[in-house]
Design a protein around this ligand. Structure first.
Ligand code: 5GP
Ligand code: ZN
Length: 140
């Protein structure tokens, strides 16, 4: 994808502070970090969202996240991290090349947990919850 920022990083046309690279996956520091050590993990091939990722690529991306998260935390002496994907424009995804964020967190950093990302919590009945669970199971 010629006009994709992250594809241009993969191709070396845009510089990045790369912290990990293998045949399928790359990880680099976020250019506008939410915290020191904020790292992005991407598949090298262009896929827009998690939903578009082939199974084997998804496994590679998750393996890299699993490997890198403790390294990121240790490098900046973090107390924890949020590891998350903005999956689709409605969820706040700005760069349409799938990427996982590792955002180091520190005691009393004033940030929020993942629970703060959505709008008002829905008030769902037991029947509605049962229906949603069944629909998800059926959609797989
Ligand atoms: P999104 O909102 O799509 O989940 O997050 C995109 C992230 O990419 C943002 O945190 C933003 O700072 C980062 N970003 C955007 N352009 C560049 C770039 O050219 N280089 C790097 N390293 N990060 C970028
Ligand atoms: Zn791309």
């Amino acid at each position: 994808m010629d006009d994709c920022i992250f594809c241009q990083i993969v191709d070396g046309d845009i510089p990045s502070r790369t912290v990990y690279e293998d045949g399928d996956v790359m990880a680099f520091l976020d250019a506008n970090p939410l915290a020191p050590g904020h790292t992005l993990v991407i598949p090298k091939d262009h896929h827009e969202t998690l939903n578009d990722l082939p199974d084997d690529t998804a496994a590679e991306v998750f393996a890299a996240l699993h490997d890198l998260t403790p390294a990121v935390e240790a490098a900046v002496d973090a107390d924890g991290s949020n590891v998350a994907f903005n999956n689709g424009a409605a969820a706040g995804q700005e760069v349409p090349h799938v990427h996982g964020h590792v955002v180091p967190r520190f005691e009393d950093d004033g940030g929020n947990p993942i629970h703060a990302v959505a709008g008002q919590r829905p008030d769902l009945s037991d029947d509605e919850l049962d229906g949603i669970a069944a629909d998800i199971e059926a959609e797989r």
